[in-house]
Design a protein around this ligand. Sequence first.
Ligand SMILES: Nc1ncnc2c1ncn2[C@@H]1O[C@H](COP(=O)(O)OP(=O)(O)O)[C@@H](O)[C@H]1O
Ligand SMILES: [Mg+2]
Length: 243
Amino acid sequence: MEFAIEIKNLVKKYQNKTAVDDVSFSVKRGEFFGFLGPNGAGKTSTINALTGIGQFQGGEIKVFGFDVVKDYREARRKIGLSPQEFNIDAFVSPRDTLYYVGGFFGMPKKERVKRADSVLRELGFGHEADLPFRALSGGFKRRVMLARAMMHNPDILILDEPTAGADVELRHGLWKILSDLNKKGKTILLTTHYLEEAERLCDRIGIIYNGKLVALESKHELIKDGKSIEEHYLNLTTNGATQ
Ligand SMILES: Nc1ncnc2c1ncn2[C@@H]1O[C@H](COP(=O)(O)OP(=O)(O)O)[C@@H](O)[C@H]1O
Ligand SMILES: [Mg+2]
């Protein structure tokens, strides 16, 4: 079986705080993986290690067999990241943001223009594609983050709270987009606080709490006792669960 992501014994520390404590899990090619946990559990720290943004103190991470430290360039190319916080220039339009990213990944101009057009269309942009980022609605701002992650056509999308703060209608729109992308073959790792979202979209779920992985199961396995994901989540992420 081919793994898109393999994380083995990951340890991430900030000074004396251990944010990720010996975490291991894999994501299969084509899988929709939900990475859940309360604020401060270690999700973003894991994602930073996986995408080469942050260094880590222990363990090994491979992306389609490429080591994220030793084979950084190859590993990074396989991944499109939509980070938790908006980090897009407020005065730049979605289209120009995509051109810039295309340039970063070494796409020739013609290809950049074509690819940006196709991604913008796929994500439902019309005239919004040419407005400055700051003039966009919250939903389109989130879509710009997703479009930017998709621009170099990576096999894996890492989406760190892509629907945070979105209203119900907008969230449903994003669900449709994400589920279509997964059907077209993208491997997706998603973090979210909306458990309904995880229940709807994800094949398999990992729950992290206090830096430790406290659950790693298929969605169906997790809920086969008749309890909802939310009930399991609350049982696993309240004090004492890891002792
Ligand atoms: N740059 C940093 N410096 C110090 N501590 C950090 C830093 N980033 C995260 N942390 C701490 O690491 C822990 C995990 O944070 P994070 O990975 O952001 O969790 P999550 O994404 O699950 O909310 C938290 O206790 C957080 O306060
Ligand atoms: Mg986070």
